[in-house]
Design a protein around this ligand. Structure first.
Ligand SMILES: [Zn+2]
Ligand SMILES: [Zn+2]
Length: 343
């Protein structure tokens, strides 16, 4: 392999296991940086994209968007970063910087969002990635790299709606799903002053949910337990995908309450509940650049700590399988062992 080649792990077709894949680094744009990857978290979205759930995946596809690494090359106009800086990169690696949303500082809503993913052209299960320097975030010095990696997608994804929708000084929240997103949402919500109820299909997660900071824990198919929180929550944060008993769940919202979707569940709702109780349903997607910087310093100041399993990147398929089977506790971070092989 030529010394200038990047080594990644790619799916060659829908749903296939990843295979080693090498590519020539694309030319650095004037605002770009190349980042040598040391750590990369495994997110459910990586699996959805391998499976082409969103209908936008091009193959060979290199997943990976919870990245920490060191800047190894800098474009002409890439201000604020220099070679050797440690940075974090999340789902978004660039944006058009011209559309109305980018101009408003809501880059996560860029009209060109499909081409703005860190996966384009290839993601972080690699020796290096190339992104716009404005989406590579310097990290607090004391923050361990595996912690920062998970915060880059899971962290900002839960932090952003918790900040946007805290209605009054002591809001009550139901966090649905205690997994990669949910276990972080519990920690952030507690520090932000919410009274937190964790709702999970797995009774065995109770002790850990309480240890992460939940005030209460309910098993989602325990109809008696769910009925006890009828009209109980200002906000429901739904971090899971798959099937949900929507009627039972939505009835736990107070009047004027809000359901925020972070995962991609099948949604079937009774319009009578929505109308009669004036409920809102909101999707929430990652966060903008300002939120990302704010989240990193907030997490550092308050000791927000994801529970991480470390695995070598060469065992990426094993890691993906654990995530597919919901066995990760609570996030797997791949440690790059391709260093010295690809650039
Ligand atoms: Zn993600
Ligand atoms: Zn834009």
């Amino acid at each position: 392999m030529p010394p200038s080649t990047i080594l990644g792990y790619a799916a060659r077709a829908v749903g296939q296991p990843l295979e080693p894949f090498t590519y020539e680094p694309p030319q650095l744009g004037e605002h770009d940086v190349r980042v040598s990857v040391t750590h990369c978290g495994v997110c459910h979205t990586d699996i959805h994209a391998i499976d082409d759930y969103y209908g936008i995946t091009t193959y060979p596809f290199v997943p990976g968007h919870e990245i920490v690494g060191y800047v190894s090359a800098v474009g002409r106009e890439a201000s604020g970063l220099k070679e050797g800086d440690r940075v974090g990169i999340g789902w978004q690696g660039r944006s058009c910087m011209r559309c109305e949303w980018c101009l408003k500082g809501e880059e996560q809503l860029c009209m060109d969002i499909v081409q703005s993913g860190t996966w384009v052209p290839y993601g972080g299960f690699s020796s290096s990635v190339i992104v716009d320097s404005r989406f590579a975030y310097p990290l607090p010095e004391a923050m361990p790299s595996q912690v920062a990696a998970v915060l880059m997608c899971a962290g900002v994804t839960v932090y952003s709606p918790l900040r946007s929708y805290a209605a009054h000084p002591s809001p009550k929240i139901g966090i649905v799903g205690v997994g990669g997103l949910g276990h972080l949402a519990i920690q952030f919500a507690r520090v932000l002053g919410y009274e937190v109820t964790a709702i999970s299909s797995s009774p065995e997660k109770k002790e850990e949910a309480l240890a992460f900071g939940a005030d209460h824990f309910i098993v989602s198919d325990d109809r008696t337990g769910m009925r006890q929180v009828l009209f109980g929550f200002d906000l429901l944060l739904c971090t899971v995908s798959g099937r949900i008993d929507w009627e039972l769940l939505v009835n736990t919202l107070k009047k004027n309450g809000r359901l925020v979707l972070l995962g991609f569940p099948d949604v079937v709702l009774n319009s009578t509940d929505l109308v009669a109780h004036q409920l809102s349903i909101t999707g929430s997607f990652i966060g903008n650049r300002a939120r990302m910087r704010e989240m990193l310093s907030f997490a550092q100041a308050h000791g927000i700590t994801p529970a991480v399993e470390l695995m070598p990147m060469s065992r990426v398929n094993e890691a993906l399988q654990r995530v597919r089977e919901n066995k990760a506790r609570y996030r797997i971070v791949l440690v790059n062992d391709t260093v010295g092989v690809g650039i």
